[in-house]
Ligand binder design. Structure first.
Ligand code: NIG
Ligand code: FE
Length: 438
């Protein structure tokens, strides 16, 4: 049984008590793998004490140290319900303008995603809309989406650029992320995805676009400190493994962490192998990844980020081989992939449901994949993803007893209370003003 652990003196500002506390403790250095993904560190009748934006102690409710309780300490009673870490969504394309509902209807009639992209639609239609939008408009639209993410319990979100595909428009998207981070109590992790597609104006000289990425855009992004990661859409008809290697090697030189959209849509193009070779933090999608590629990722310590919402929404009839990945010892994480083209989901609980129903993850594995392992996928493992002293106070009280209920009640938002960065940010399905401004 987990004992009480606390960091030094001072009163708590907020104590969440009488919860079934799923701490997910013990995986802050290395992600959960294999059977470890079901070790959720449950404290049956537990408390979490918070000071400022930090967790200061976690333990059994009847052993809550009196020394933590001052005249100003506030209580949040979980009433025997589940308390879990705030969700971490490690893969989104959140900043964009326009809608692709028309293209969606076309896909329902049978046109494929890559056919639409090759004809200048898909990502490229969102690029046109995003280039035309002002920074304020993009900020406002993304902030509304993030409000819904927060109501669904997500407190940390990775956000990619990739709908600009020019130096100015990519920087604009990343500046929007920086602004949003100052406006809202969510932690945002910015990723440069200039290599999301070859823009129209470079269609006939794609090499020049790769040069632009390597010689101009990446250094500009790094110089302004606008991104923590760089990502490439490594896919048949998009960027080849050779181009991907060149782009990501430059990103690594510039001090960025690496991610790949790998082996997603058509075949194993060697994305998983490349992720291992380059020391990427994560490789994402992996529907078609080869067995050797997955084994290489496991050896290299890369996180496999799975996006079952995308497979569902694209009606690929195929999902990433999650159970095989677990057997190979790969740390598995989940993400929404929220974007206007291939997946409009905003809720990590819904993604957990799909992961269980379509990929065979257990509810416990899905929770580890949506919290601590997702934190590893964005380099935030020391900061969030579990309920342990010293970590940021990002937590949820659910209308349910644990991860089984999240999966079983698929489609219903069971998130009742959201504490983000130490403050109550949402309650009973409503955003709270004090907790959502900064
Ligand atoms: O992860 N695969 C590439 N990027 C997104 C799709 C983005 C879009 O279609 O706008 C994805 O599926
Ligand atoms: Fe994506």
């Amino acid at each position: 049984m987990a004992g009480s652990r606390e960091t030094p003196v001072g009163f708590a500002d907020l104590v969440v008590r009488h919860g079934r506390v799923f701490t997910l403790a013990g995986f802050s250095r290395k992600p959960a793998r294999g059977p470890g993904m079901e070790r959720l560190g449950l404290i049956d009748n537990g408390y979490v004490a918070i000071r400022g934006d930090r967790i200061v102690a976690v333990g059994e409710a009847d052993r809550l140290p009196a020394s933590l309780l001052g005249p100003e300490t506030q209580w949040l009673d979980a009433g025997g319900r589940a308390v879990i870490p705030g969700f971490v969504d490690p893969h989104t394309h959140l900043v964009y303008a326009g809608s692709r509902a028309g293209e969606f209807a076309q896909r329902l009639r049978g046109t494929s995603y890559l056919e639409i992209l090759a004809a200048g639609g898909g990502i490229l239609s969102t690029v046109a809309a995003t280039r035309a939008a002002a920074e304020e408009e993009l900020t406002e639209q993304a902030a509304r989406r993030l409000g819904r993410f927060l109501l669904a319990g997500t407190t940390t979100v990775e956000v990619k650029s990739g709908y600009g595909l020019s130096r100015e428009a990519e920087l604009k998207q990343l500046r929007v992320v920086r602004r949003l981070r100052q406006m809202l109590p969510l932690d945002l992790v910015p990723t440069f995805l200039g290599a999301h597609a070859v823009p129209m104006e470079y269609r006939d000289h794609r090499q020049a676009y790769v040069d632009l990425l390597v010689d101009d855009m990446l250094p500009a992004v790094a110089a302004e400190g606008l991104a923590e990661f760089a990502d490439v859409f490594c896919e048949e008809g998009v960027f080849s493994p050779t181009e991907t290697r060149r782009i990501l090697s430059r990103a690594r030189q510039l001090g960025l962490g690496l991610k790949l959209h790998a082996d997603e849509l058509v075949a194993a193009v060697g994305g998983a192998e490349l992720a291992a070779e380059l020391g990427a933090t994560s490789a994402d999608h992996l529907l078609y990844a080869s067995e050797e590629g997955l084994a290489a990722m496991a050896r290299a310590g890369a996180v496999a980020v799975l996006l079952p919402g995308t497979a569902f929404f694209l009606r690929t009839g195929r999902y990433a081989p999650a159970r095989r990945m677990l057997e190979l010892g790969l740390p598995v994480a989940l993400a929404t992939d929220h974007n206007p083209g291939t997946c409009t989901l905003e809720s990590m609980a819904e993604v957990m449901g799909l992961a269980a129903l379509e990929m065979g993850l257990t509810p416990a594995e899905a929770l580890a994949a949506a919290t601590i392992n997702a934190a590893h996928a964005v380099g935030r493992q020391a900061e969030t993803g579990s309920l342990e002293p010293g970590k940021r106070a990002d937590l949820l009280v659910l209308d349910g007893e644990g991860p089984e209920d999240i999966v079983y009640r698929f489609g219903t938002n069971l998130v009742d209370q959201v504490v983000a960065q130490g403050r109550l940010a949402a309650s009973a399905g409503r955003l709270l003003k004090g907790g959502t401004d900064r």
